[in-house]
Each structure stands twice: as C-alpha cells, then as structure tokens.
Design a protein around this ligand. Structure first.
Ligand SMILES: [Zn+2]
Length: 263
C-alpha cells in the first residue's frame, strides 16, 4: 500500500516528493534531505547527552567496539556517516538510533544482554533503522499527512511547531522525554537488516532470538522501543528465524571473530 501513498503525494507535489527504495527493496516516501536530517540527528543526540547521564568505562567500550565492528562491514560511503554510540544510565531495557549514525543504549538493556552477540543484535537493529532512512520516511509521512508540506520549509531551523513535529518524527519527542516507536514494518525491516549486519561482522545471529526472549521476560517500565509496536512477540521471533539460514551462512563466511568483551 505504501507505494500508492507515495505515488499520490508525488503527483501532488512533483518538485518535492521522492520515492526511494529501502535496503530490503521496499518503496519509501522520503521528502526530507538526508543532510538536513543528519544535522537534526546530531543536534538531538547532543541535547540528549546533556539531559541524561552517560556511562563510561567497560559498558561504553563494549558498545563502541561492537558498533565499530559492524560499521567496518558497511560499504565505504556508509562508513563515512558520523557513527557514534553512547551508553545512558537508564533502567529501561531500551535503545534508539538517530539519523546521521547516532546510537544510544541504556544500561537497563545491558543488564539483560548475556554476551557480545546479543548486544550486537541490538546495535545492528538500530543501525538498520539508520541505513533504511526510517526517520526520513516517518518525518515525510507525518509531514505529508498531518501538516502539509509547509513543515519542510520550517524544519531546518528546529523552530516553532514545524520543528517540534520533525523532532517528534525523529523519535525524540518535543521534550526528549520519550522515544517514540517506529511502525511495525520499520521494526521488521530493522530486524532483517540488523540480522545480516551482525552476521557479516562475525557475531552469531542466533543470539538475536535469545535477546528478544530476554526482552520479553524483562518487561516493566515503558515498553522497549522495539517491542511497543509489536503486539505479538512470536511474530518477531518467527521473522528472525525466517532469515536465520541466510544469516548463518553469512556468519560462517564472514571470516571475522570480534572480541569486544562481555556485558
Ligand atoms: Zn527498532
């Protein structure tokens, strides 16, 4: 159905509309410029670090090592994004990603990850959101449906209602207090991309299933970013399992065996 929507908006505003294709071959409406979104991602990430407590030491080094290993498998032009990861002091088992390559992992998530491969599943998933331009798609869809395309002209300055709307579209919320969920199709796609990424980097893709089971058992607090839009946890597991044969093949052919330490 997405391509119909994409086509309709394109007809209304030929000059602005752009239909792009995601890494899994899905048609997307992406109206914003990537440079603009990357800039907003950088700004939101800086603000988030000011507002929250970051954690240094072993947890940070672990997350950084895994991120580096995964990014190293990307095509050269994608490695040039400003990939950064930070660990935030927060009990909720959650993680997030912002356009431009900024990834946040909560300490609550580290508590339920049992090994580097499980954390690689999380970070691969978040990098998947970035690579698939999900924030652009979400902002574009919201702009086109709720606000009209005028929001695009005010988005650059992050000022006024338009700016707030776009910040919300990035998933940060107006007050950075809440991380808004992606849609189910975005979550599934990030799972698919993340599974390939972790396998290519030499992390055991089977750890993704164990991680989601840990997540389901953890519960409590606000729903984790990647579960809030998934009514059925089983669907997620079966989605991962359907991609597992290919992922295992990639894992065995990766020729990489990262040693980033233990959570
Ligand atoms: Zn997600």
């Amino acid at each position: 159905m997405r391509w119909i929507h994409c086509l309709a908006v394109g007809t209304l505003s030929v000059a602005l509309a752009a239909c792009t294709t995601s890494p899994t071959g899905r048609s997307q409406l992406t109206l914003m410029s990537d440079d603009q979104l990357d800039q907003m991602g950088a700004q939101a990430f800086a603000q988030y670090q000011q507002d929250r407590t970051t954690v240094d030491g072993a947890p940070y080094r672990l997350a950084q090592c895994i991120t580096r290993e995964i990014v190293a498998t990307l095509p050269a032009e994608l490695q040039q994004e400003n990939w950064q990861v930070r660990v935030f002091e927060d009990d909720s088992a959650n993680a997030f990603a912002l356009p431009g390559g900024y990834v946040g992992v909560n300490t609550g998530l580290l508590e339920i990850t049992e090994n580097q491969d499980q954390l690689a599943a999380v970070i691969g998933h978040e990098i998947g959101h970035v690579l698939a331009h999900h924030a652009n798609e979400r902002a574009s869809t919201q702009s086109a449906t709720n606000l009209g395309l005028s929001v695009l002209s005010s988005a650059a300055g992050l000022e006024g209602a338009g700016g707030e709307q776009v910040m919300a579209a990035l998933g940060m919320g107006a007050q950075y207090g809440i991380l808004l969920p992606f849609s189910r199709s975005h979550e599934s796609e990030a799972d698919t991309i993340g599974l390939k990424l972790m396998a290519d980097a030499g992390f055991d893709p089977r750890a993704s299933v164990a991680l989601w089971q840990n997540m389901a058992n953890a519960g409590g607090g606000q729903p984790p970013e990647w579960m809030s839009t998934h009514p059925s946890h089983g669907n997620r597991i079966s989605g991962l399992e359907s991609g597992m044969d290919e992922a295992l093949q990639r894992y065995r052919q990766a020729g990489r065996a990262p040693n980033c330490g233990q959570p």
